[in-house]
Write a protein that binds this ligand. Structure first.
Ligand code: SF4
Length: 276
């Protein structure tokens, strides 16, 4: 009898979560049945199984706000200085590197940029060159022909329309050849800490797995809007790097390293896929 009373005490403590139960939504609307399931879990399945069961329920019951709070809290402590892994010394070099990094790894880009930066130290030097002169420096990365043209035309526009200076606003940057929304947001967030979220393949995948964005976000723009809406402005630029680095080294596309991941306590994918 005392055991049953204990069960009921636990149930009372957990009642705030019942309406958010994702596994048993019908149970969530029926306290009696919900109690029955829990009591049955306690009496039939035993302690350890029950703990797993309950932690599953609580994890799934996290609100979006709580999930963001846990995400920020973790990374603000663990990676407060996270930034781009591309090597650069000035805005022009970062712009070249980010354009080259499309469909290519940062590691590969970092291998070719030292010689490229030395050959073309300013937009003027590059604007006065040709595709044939740029190509040899970037031939080992993806899409070298297209990117050589982008770099040349980008440099020309910077010289002719922006007084040889890399624009500081995302809208101006997006006018440059080879610069899309994602590239422009990387530039302004890295260089000027502007709250512009850049969504690449890692940010897209990891934010969805974690549950920072919902299933309705099926495009990079939709993911960007949801992340920007929920993240405090002060963390938008930094969160981009947190998500990229986590996706690059832990939450891999094909085989996420969930067993060694520190985010399991609030990861939606983990609670729905690994522990269910
Ligand atoms: S628990 Fe797994 S799916 Fe979730 S963020 Fe970590 S690695 Fe990715």
């Amino acid at each position: 009898m005392a055991r049953v009373e204990l069960f009921h005490a636990i149930i009372v403590c957990l009642l705030p979560f019942k309406d958010k139960c994702a596994i048993l939504p019908c149970v969530g609307r029926c306290t009696k049945l919900w109690e029955y399931v829990l009591v049955r879990e306690l009496t039939v399945r035993g302690g350890p199984t029950l703990l797993c069961f309950l932690s599953n329920k609580i994890r799934r019951a996290m609100t979006t706000k709580e999930r963001y709070r846990a995400f920020i809290s973790h990374f603000a402590q663990q990676q407060p200085e996270a930034t781009t892994e591309l090597h650069y010394k000035n805005p022009f070099q970062l712009l070249l590197a980010v354009i080259l990094s499309a469909q290519c790894t940062d590691k590969r880009v970092n291998m070719v940029t030292p010689a490229l930066f030395e050959a073309f130290p300013t937009p003027v030097h590059m604007a006065h060159s040709s595709v044939e002169e740029i190509f040899p420096y970037i031939k080992s990365i993806s899409y070298p022909n297209s990117k050589a043209k982008y770099l040349l035309n980008m440099a020309k526009m910077v010289v002719e329309e922006f007084e040889e200076t890399i624009p500081e606003q995302a809208e101006d940057l997006q006018r440059l050849p080879g610069v899309g929304r994602k590239t422009a947001h990387v530039i302004v967030s890295v260089l000027h800490n502007q709250p512009k979220m850049a969504v690449d393949t890692h940010v897209f995948r990891v934010s969805k797995r974690l549950g920072l964005v919902d299933a309705s976000a099926t495009t990079p723009l939709a993911v960007e809007k949801q992340l920007s809406r929920h993240l405090p402005e002060a963390y938008v630029a930094q969160a981009h790097h947190w998500l990229i680095l986590h996706g690059r080294y832990v939450c891999l596309a094909r085989n996420p390293k969930c067993q060694s991941c520190a985010l399991t306590s609030f990861c939606r994918y983990f609670s729905q896929t690994i522990t269910s």
